[in-house]
Unconditional design. Structure first.
Length: 235
């Protein structure tokens, strides 16, 4: 039974992909639990299943077997429309390559999740402005992604991921396309936001300094969890 503080629970999850005549086990019998406010890093070699597990936990895909529960709701039992609603309201996403819409300004990119969730523009704009100020981009509101540095684009992406106040933030290699200085700034921002807002974070990374900042590090290999280490307790 899930405890009152459990936000996400994956139980014996398996995800297969068909390649020609072969079934590839991207995730094989994986179980993990995230508590509210947790900051957990998935590490391991490329192709070990990190991204696939992120997608399953973030309601972006369904397991072939096993169950993923977010806030006590079994995601694998939901309709496609219901999964879309979970992604829009309860989960935020940050990707390695930013995934900002090039025809929208910084402010418009961050407003978008609120507008898609049905919020009025009159409410979305102030919320987006407040969060962009928090991530240090108040001078870039009218700029387009092509006018930003890599670090600025990723900070915009972080603001977009959090503007609708999700319970869970999924981040796939959030510093993988940044130089070391900008990577450190994004890492510091994630740590601060986790501490200040209590949003639960699950991220995949190859960077040791990112993993070291998490509360727990889960190492994957060949689609399975190889080990789990507590680095330090949440503040």
């Amino acid at each position: 039974m899930m405890s009152a503080t459990t936000l996400l629970e994956a139980a014996h999850v398996q995800r297969l992909y068909r390649t020609g005549d072969t079934d590839v086990r991207a995730v094989s019998d994986v179980s993990l639990t995230l508590s509210a406010g947790d900051f957990v890093a998935l590490v391991g070699p490329s192709g070990c299943g990190k991204s696939t597990l992120l997608h399953l936990c973030g309601a972006m895909g369904r397991p072939n077997s096993g169950t993923v529960r977010l806030e006590s709701v079994a995601l694998d039992s939901l309709t496609d429309d219901a999964l879309t609603e979970v992604r829009r309201t309860r989960v935020g996403f940050v990707f390695q390559f930013f995934n900002l819409l090039p025809t929208l300004t910084v402010l418009e990119n961050v407003e978008l999740p609120l507008l898609l969730a049905g919020h009025r523009a009159s409410a979305a704009a102030p919320a987006a402005r407040t969060l962009l100020q928090r991530v240090g981009l108040e001078a870039r509101l009218g700029h387009y992604p092509r006018q930003l540095s890599g670090g600025e684009m990723q900070r915009t992406a972080v603001a977009r991921a959090l503007v609708h106040r999700p319970a869970l933030l999924i981040a796939d290699e959030p510093t993988g396309n940044l130089d070391s200085e900008n990577g450190r700034r994004v890492l510091d921002l994630l740590v601060e936001l986790n501490r200040e807002t209590g949003v639960t974070m699950l991220l995949a990374t190859h960077a040791p300094e990112i993993a070291a900042a998490a509360h727990r590090v889960i190492r994957m290999r060949d689609g399975r969890i190889e080990s789990e280490t507590a680095t330090h307790a949440p503040v």
